[in-house]
Design a protein around this ligand. Structure first.
Ligand code: NI
Length: 394
């Protein structure tokens, strides 16, 4: 990367740290990010050449039209926080009880603002346009990405890129997984209806506890005995609620849990098999059971074309060994997949772990902190990704 651009990145870095700390101190829960979006829009309005719009009042989209014709590429950040009480000890900790940026979305927003500031200075070399998307509600399905896609925000976009903090990866490294990188994620509820009665006369009852226990075990066989082991999903029953007495067989029981897959067909197959299993086990007990689903995010798939662009951009602009190519997808999920169902895109992870600085707490942990040196890496990554549209490169 040439020195002019590196200087621009260095110059904006104090602002990026300031933006990140402001957003961190003033977190907003999913779907309630209007104050954060207002702050971002206000800061972006000071940058020359950006056309700013608000598809929803908790989102910001800014377009930088280049000097020369060309395609539109999008860079995306999510901006929502989590319902957690912060225990990080940072001086700029959340000012709101039980709301915390514990997934790094404060950093994602600030890094993208920094990239916008840098690229605005390079507008006279830009062939095409860069769309900066600040989206709400990544953490809670149906997610903010889907809402923006439905409003046509990526209809004119050729490629899209997104970044995420990775505290398990040392600062200075960037991780990319080609192809499938995150799982689909759906939650289920199973309501079992039996017939309650005295614990001493089980033969006069239909015991939903026994039916439920058998259901938990039978559901494990959906994965173990019905699905190609090379495509194995995760099926976790995380909740089993029934009864509250020593000698009363309850009327009903409730199971709930999550299913994660790396394959859209398996995602549907698991639902069909679970419905069959739940109905079959209930019938064997003379009980009734109903399963309902809260649909989460689709499988996340990084596109080959954008993967090549990202790999080349990082190899050209960062020291050797910066890029780590992951060999296995995560079982986490990410609503960036909503864009990728519409537009080729790649999602990359920016290392922000540093043992000496104590920034290795996991995502969604109340102690979560980031090594702020990673912010400059994120800004530079965004700029490097966009640099294929810069005349003369970066
Ligand atoms: Ni996140």
């Amino acid at each position: 990367m040439n020195n002019d651009i590196l200087t621009l990145i260095n110059d904006v870095n104090p602002d990026v740290v300031r933006w990140r700390r402001h957003i961190h101190a003033h977190p907003d829960l999913s779907f309630h990010e209007k104050p954060t979006a207002d702050y971002i829009a206000d800061e972006l309005s000071r940058m020359p050449g950006l056309e700013i719009s608000r598809p929803m009042d908790n989102s910001v989209v800014a377009v930088l039209k280049g000097e020369y014709p060309g395609p539109i590429w999008a860079l995306r950040a999510d901006i929502d926080a989590l319902p957690l009480q912060e225990e990080s000890g940072e001086a700029f900790s959340s000012t709101k009880p039980n709301v915390m940026h514990a997934c790094g979305h404060d950093a994602h927003a600030a890094m993208l603002m920094g990239a916008a500031a840098v690229l605005c200075q390079l507008r006279d070399r830009l062939r095409g346009s860069i769309k900066f998307i600040f989206q709400p509600a990544e953490e809670v399905p149906p997610g903010g990405a889907r809402a923006l896609v439905e409003r046509g925000v990526v209809n004119d976009v050729e490629y899209i890129f997104g970044l995420h903090m990775a505290p398990n990866v040392p600062t200075g490294h960037i991780v990319m997984k080609e192809g499938i990188y995150v799982a689909s994620s759906d939650n289920f509820d199973i309501a079992i209806t039996g017939r309650g009665g005295h614990g001493s006369v089980p033969h006069l009852c239909i015991d939903p506890v026994v039916a439920g226990a058998e259901m938990v075990m039978a559901l494990q066989n959906v994965v173990a005995r019905n699905i190609d082991p090379l495509k194995a999903p995760v099926l976790t029953v995380a909740t089993f609620q029934a009864g509250d007495s020593y000698n009363v067989i309850p009327n009903g029981a409730r199971l709930a849990g999550t299913v994660r897959t790396h394959d859209a067909q398996i995602r549907e197959q698991v639902k069909t098999l679970m419905a069959r299993t739940v109905a079959g086990v209930a019938a064997a007990h003379g009980a009734q059971a109903e399963i309902s689903w809260q649909e989460g995010y689709a499988v996340g798939v990084n596109h080959a074309a954008t993967g090549t662009i990202a790999r080349e951009a990082i190899e050209r602009n960062f020291p050797a060994q910066t890029l780590i190519l992951a060999d296995a997808p995560l079982f986490g999920s990410e609503d960036f997949s909503s864009y990728q169902q519409k537009v080729p895109g790649s999602f990359l992870f920016i290392g922000c772990g540093n043992k000496e600085k104590g920034t290795e707490w996991g995502l969604h942990n109340p102690h979560f902190r980031i090594d702020e040196d990673a912010l400059a890496v994120g800004v530079k990554t965004h700029v490097a990704l966009a640099s294929a549209l810069l005349q003369g490169g970066a």
